[in-house]
Design a protein around this ligand. Structure first.
Ligand SMILES: [Zn+2]
Length: 210
């Protein structure tokens, strides 16, 4: 189905009506331009619903029920979250870096799904590879945004963005959540890491209704 090397969530793999993948540094930018919707990602709390391929301005979450349309977000340390509603056959792809997480992009995207008719208890969520709490050392200004997910270490605090997003999903009523638990910064063989590489390499994460 896809070229290159992508990882998948067991939770979403069971849903035969959708396809998805979390990219690696070997993913070969695997989503075809002709059937992919993308955004100019700005670390915002803006969700965009779309039914056609192309670029859809600024935002950090894409939602659709359109068959065959890939929703793509690109990451290199930020948290990719893919969401599926098996009842409505709706999908969402979310980019949640620390700013987006603090702005509650995941919760905002779920509200938009609910506004469109999804029931919270039906939703499935997969949290892909991102910088882990092991490596996300931050200054006080960043740590202060995450009172529940900061870890006190000398000399500087660390923040657990995966847990922060899991907490946001649970708070929004999502009950079934799969976190791949892979740290992009720890595993240079597999992943791009913006913090480690200081480069422009990004992984392609995407989901679509078949
Ligand atoms: Zn790490």
């Amino acid at each position: 189905m896809v070229s290159g090397v992508v990882l998948t969530s067991e939770l979403l793999e069971r849903e035969t009506w959708l396809e998805h993948g979390f990219g690696t540094r070997h993913d070969g930018a695997w989503t075809p331009d002709a059937s992919t919707a993308r955004l100019k990602q700005t670390h915002s709390a803006t969700s965009v619903s779309t039914f056609a391929p192309g670029h859809f301005g600024e935002g950090d979450a894409l939602l659709s029920t359109q068959q065959g349309l890939w929703l793509e977000i690109r990451t290199a340390d930020c948290v990719p979250v893919l969401i599926a509603d098996p009842v409505r056959r709706a999908v969402a792809a979310i980019h949640a870096g620390w700013r987006g997480t603090a702005a509650r992009i995941v919760a905002e995207a779920i509200e938009q799904l609910v506004d469109a008719g999804s029931r919270r208890a039906d939703l499935l969520a997969a949290i892909g590879p991102s910088i882990g709490a092991c490596c996300f050392e931050v200054g006080k200004n960043v740590a202060d945004h995450f009172p529940d997910d900061r870890i006190h270490r000398d000399p500087r605090p660390h923040v657990d963005l995966i847990e922060a997003n899991r907490r946001q999903l649970i708070g929004a009523g999502v009950q079934r959540i799969d976190a791949l638990g892979r740290c992009t910064h720890c595993d240079a063989e597999t992943f791009h890491s913006f913090r480690r590489d200081k480069g422009d390499g990004r992984m392609v994460n995407a989901i679509r209704v078949r």
